[in-house]
Design a protein. Structure first.
Length: 304
């Protein structure tokens, strides 16, 4: 989940050379036999790595479902081959022995590239992470694991000890801060909109007290007057809602890159906000209208 993974250019056997010297890149990881089980990455086809995939064994890789779907959508990836670099490179071919689920290795917000894995016995690196799965509190295992590593090599540096929860939290920190900030501004804007709509609609309805008194004096019922006031007020609201939703759709597309787990055209948001403001406008129309209807029409006319 931490940023700064290992991306490398690769070439699939049988594929035409990349046009214009543009290489295809993928996330590459060097892992042990139990990595997929530990991380909960499902094996979809083929096999996982074993200790028999050693230095002297044939070169093998496991690809994720995204890479398999891209290059072998209608074929079985098992037995296919790929290698580092372009088709002219001298790097050895590596045979696909398994397909696993796609994961996001650079944080949950960023979309990850296709990925393939190598057995670490065939690609010994200078630095590794040890992933440990625990049934209880994982922080209790930090010190025992540290002591176990030092027992093997007292000079081995141990750094970046963290839980998966912390890695996930760090990968969403920027987006979470932006969401809280924008959410606060949005709530304030919604509140100000509600207050403004209520004030305007209430004032507009209250100023029609003379008109309401005349209509009642001429025989209009209270229900008819209320229906007229609400209908005229809600027509204005409907026009505002239509314009507001259109602008929200346009602006939402600009924010799509900052969203995670929700679309820029989230139906719940586009239904809840207009309904809330419409309810505020309806209340702002009904309350003054009811007061005007309850007033004696003679007094209303005399007051004018």
């Amino acid at each position: 989940m931490a940023p700064g993974g290992w991306q490398n250019a690769f070439h699939v056997e049988g594929e035409p050379p990349e046009e214009g010297g543009v290489f295809t890149f993928a996330e590459v990881s060097s892992v042990s036999a139990d990595y997929f089980a530990t991380m909960g990455i499902p094996l979809l086809r083929g096999r996982e790595f074993t200790r028999s995939d050693g230095v002297d064994a044939p070169r093998v890789v496991i690809v994720d479902e995204m890479l398999a779907e891209r290059y072998w959508p209608n074929d079985d990836p098992i037995g296919k081959r790929l290698k580092f670099g372009d088709y002219t490179s001298d790097n050895p071919w590596m045979e696909v022995v398994g397909v696993v689920g796609h994961v996001k290795v650079n944080g949950v917000v960023r979309e990850a590239l296709p990925q393939w894995y190598m057995p670490h016995w065939q690609d010994n690196d200078r630095a590794y992470f040890v992933a440990v799965k625990s049934a209880g509190d994982p922080t209790r295992l930090i010190e025992p694991i540290r002591q176990a590593v030092l027992a093997v090599d007292p000079a081995q540096p141990i750094a970046e000890v963290n839980t998966m929860t912390a890695y996930v939290g760090a990968s969403t920190a920027d987006g979470r801060f932006m969401a809280i900030l924008l959410g606060t501004f949005a709530a304030a804007a919604l509140l100000l909109s509600a207050v403004g709509i209520y004030g305007v609609m209430a004032q507009a309805t209250a100023e029609r007290g003379h008109e309401i008194g005349v209509r009642i004096a001429l025989g209009a019922t209270g229900g008819e007057v209320l229906g007229m006031v609400v209908r005229q007020g809600m027509v204005r609201v409907a026009v505002g809602v239509i314009l507001g939703v259109a602008l929200a759709i346009a602006i939402g597309r600009l924010m799509a890159g900052s969203l995670f787990g929700v679309s820029a055209l989230d139906p719940a948001t586009f239904v809840a906000a207009p309904l809330f403001l419409s309810a505020v406008a309806l209340t702002a129309s009904l309350v003054p209208a009811r007061r005007a209807v309850d007033v004696d029409p003679v007094r209303a006319l005399q007051a004018e």
